[in-house]
Design a protein around this ligand. Structure first.
Ligand SMILES: [Zn+2]
Length: 246
């Protein structure tokens, strides 16, 4: 168990560092492959000492090593969140293949949460990259590949209905196209029996995030994807508990 936790921490740090770069670049259409990370203010290329934001942020008290400008707390927060979720996965999921796949999926999920909070958009390239991992995971946990693909289409169809339904009733966009695509991924990952509880938890978390968003003075339109994503994560790690008994 100790080895698993240690691995979760190490890969959580690496994954978190990757997410901070990915969530910063992908909404701007920049590639993750070319160019190294640099300070957003002075543009100095980061050295190996800065690769793990949690440590360098704490040591340098939230300032850039080169220009001493303030570095946003998003970096250490994202990295810490990744480490915590990886540890949760290592604790709960005993099958190592399932745990590794779920950790990879979690990297994409956190990236989507960050992108939605910061830009209000879910980058399509991240959702497309998530798709093969979703199919692979569903197949690995004993699901049928064809059924998962049908589930994906059903998820998109259901989300489109919701989108146009809301548009007709409320006369404004409640569910963005990014959310629609994301519900396709949910359809791939979750069996039909879990959809009820998934929507219920999403709704509850959505109400809480909506209230928090308002309290922070950010307006009435809040990002809904974090609620969907947290609910999906819970359904994936506790499939037995969160399955409505037939
Ligand atoms: Zn700097």
């Amino acid at each position: 168990m100790l080895t698993r936790i240690l691995l979760a921490v190490i890969f959580g740090l690496i994954g978190g560092s990757f997410i901070t770069a990915l969530s910063f670049r992908s909404p701007k259409g920049k590639s993750i492959a070319n160019g190294r990370s640099c300070c957003p203010v002075c543009g100095h290329v980061l050295s190996w000492k800065d690769l793990f934001p949690v440590f360098s942020w704490l040591i340098l008290k939230g300032k850039c090593r080169y220009c001493s400008c303030k570095i946003s707390a998003r970096y250490p927060i994202i990295e810490l969140a990744t480490v915590i979720l990886f540890i949760v996965i290592a604790f709960v999921i005993s099958n190592p293949v399932h745990a590794i796949l779920l950790s990879l999926i979690t990297v994409f999920l956190i990236t989507l949460v960050v992108a939605d909070i910061e830009t209000g958009l879910l980058p399509t390239n991240i959702i497309i990259s998530l798709f093969p991992f979703a199919v692979l995971y569903r197949w690995q946990v004993g699901g049928d590949v064809v059924a998962s693909l049908i589930g994906g289409c059903a998820g998109i169809g259901f989300a489109m209905l919701l989108r146009y339904g809301f548009q007709k009733i409320k006369n404004r966009e409640c569910l963005g196209l990014g959310d629609v695509r994301f519900l396709g991924i949910v359809g791939v990952l979750l069996p039909l029996e879990q959809w009820g509880i998934f929507l219920f938890v999403s709704g509850c978390v959505g109400v809480v995030t909506g209230l928090l968003w308002k309290k922070l003075g950010k307006g009435d339109e809040f990002p809904f994807a974090p609620a969907l994503i947290l609910s999906l994560f819970l359904c994936l790690i506790f499939p037995e508990i969160l399955l409505i008994q037939k």
